[in-house]
Design a binder for this molecule. Structure first.
Ligand code: UGA
Length: 452
């Protein structure tokens, strides 16, 4: 049987990781982008952004030179020369916080134009996160209208939500928990299942394939991200409750809660709140979608409100100890929205910095092992940037843990005492032993107040 080939429209985290992983296991892949500089980098085996393990695998598939991987500028040839096109473009949050489907529509138009001249049956798979109805009504209809071909007869349509998390994109792509296939019709789903049977082989014994309709698949993705974000806000709500009772520790509480097999302890980590390119965007998108249908999603409103308040709470902790923030050096350990990435999108550090500024803090300095350049692009001269932990902490009045990088976890109280003007640490990610730090310096932590 002929192996199916795939074109990938979009070369962000999900697009590029999927492309290199497919090619790594012998599937012919043509990635495509409109950005010539990006395509050049990719074809030389250089990842255009930082992601754990990505560059190693990209280099390997490029160096194999077996014809299974290339990245083209423009999409026409990529669609024409493959059996399946996966649309993996950004669906960002617009200024009104609704989903912006401009790139999705553009990709559907491009597929429609190519299918007009293509004779063979072609399958389009939407893998970006999109609000229910988008795959059928925007993508399907656009391709049908522009190509003049008939959906179901001349071309197929699937929606396959993607669950990979940044910092583990490659691992998640090779070893997912499950594959959700939303299908327009059985033929479309069968083709996508055939691709994944050849890609995953035995792993499918551990990762079931769930075949459902297009709209349900679209909503699975929101259901997933909103529940994970809800768990985090739930943990943060309990962190606030824990702080009302000296001695209670939210970490221990959530451990106890998470040991219930129906709940599980993952994503019950209280702290500075969630960020990234997905949770805030997706909750806002589905919220706007619900409201456009006349439904007010009260739970999701609360999840967002609790998340925003964590940044305010962190700054309260700083101000309560320092009184006046205006003449104090405040050091942020970590700027990226989570470790393992240089991504600054919706990072909690940005909310904390904005709140510090609002309360007249003028001497803010940040250090991040990977995100210095991306942080500078977002924050400009709102803060200063240290090159290492020593420079960051030197003469500081307050140190705030904003991202739980491994290199911060091994820090001891003595280092803060030696370098800082006033050793005062706020653990916004609960990476330090409360007992050890509280004994040696002024210490505040999300979800725990000392028994004194
Ligand atoms: C998230 C989901 O985890 C993926 O399954 C999904 O595919 C992806 O969004 C997406 O929609 O594309 P990601 O945003 O990369 O992945 O990162 P997460 O690891 O989920 O972390 C999100 C935020 O939650 C981070 O700011 C992290 O620090 C925060 N978080 C996570 C907590 O504050 N507490 C926790 O216990 C866990």
């Amino acid at each position: 049987m002929k192996k199916l080939s795939v074109s990938i429209l979009g070369t962000g985290f999900v697009g590029l990781c999927s492309a290199v992983c497919f090619a790594h296991r012998g599937i012919k892949v043509i990635a495509s982008t409109h950005n010539e500089e990006k395509a050049n980098l990719i074809n030389q085996g250089i990842a255009p952004f930082y992601e754990v393990e990505l560059e190693e695998i990209l280099k390997e598939v490029v160096n194999r030179n077996d014809g299974n991987f290339k990245c083209l500028v423009g999409r026409k040839q990529a669609i024409l020369d493959t059996d399946i096109s996966m649309i993996i473009v950004g669906t960002p949050m617009g200024e009104d916080k609704r989903i912006d489907l401009t790139l999705m529509e553009k990709a559907a138009k491009e597929i429609g134009e190519v299918l007009r001249m293509k004779e063979n049956y072609h399958l389009t798979v939407v893998r970006s996160t999109v609000i229910p109805g988008t795959t059928r009504n925007l993508v399907g209809d656009t391709i049908q209208k522009i190509s003049g071909k008939e959906l179901g007869k001349d071309f197929g349509l699937c929606m396959q939500p993607e669950f990979l998390a940044e910092g583990r994109s490659i691992k998640d792509t090779f070893y997912p928990d499950r594959i959700v296939i939303g299908e327009f019709d059985k033929k479309s789903g069968d083709i996508l299942q055939e691709l994944y049977e050849s890609f995953y082989g035995d792993h499918l014994k551990k990762a079931p394939i769930l075949r459902i309709n297009l709209e349900s698949a679209e909503l699975v993705k929101y259901g997933n991200n909103c529940l994970l974000a809800t768990k985090i806000s739930y943990a943060n709500e309990f962190a606030n409750l824990a702080e009302l009772v000296p001695g209670v520790d939210v970490v221990q509480v959530m451990k106890g809660v998470g040991l219930d097999y129906r709940i599980c302890e993952r994503f019950l980590g209280a702290g500075v709140g969630f960020g990234g390119s997905c949770f805030p965007k997706d909750i806002n998108a589905i919220k706007a979608f619900a409201q456009s249908k006349g439904y007010d999603p009260r739970l999701l409103n609360a999840v967002l409100a609790i998340n925003d308040d964590q940044a305010i709470h962190i700054v309260d902790l700083a101000e309560n100890t320092l009184n006046n923030l205006s003449n104090k050096k405040i050091a942020l350990l970590g700027l990226a929205f989570k470790p393992g990435t240089d991504d600054m999108r919706q990072a909690p550090s940005i909310r904390i910095i904005n709140e510090l500024k609002r309360r007249n803090a003028s001497n803010i300095i940040g250090y991040d092992p990977k995100a210095k350049e991306s942080a500078r692009e977002v924050l400009g001269n709102k803060i200063q940037y240290a090159n290492n932990i020593e420079e960051l902490l030197k003469d500081a009045d307050c140190a705030i843990i904003t991202t739980e990088w491994d290199e911060f976890k091994i820090l001891k109280p003595s280092k803060f005492i030696r370098l800082m003007k006033n050793p005062f640490v706020i653990d916004g990610r609960r990476i330090f032993s409360f007992e050890e730090f509280d004994k040696e310096l002024t210490f505040r932590a999300i979800g725990r107040v000392a028994l004194k």
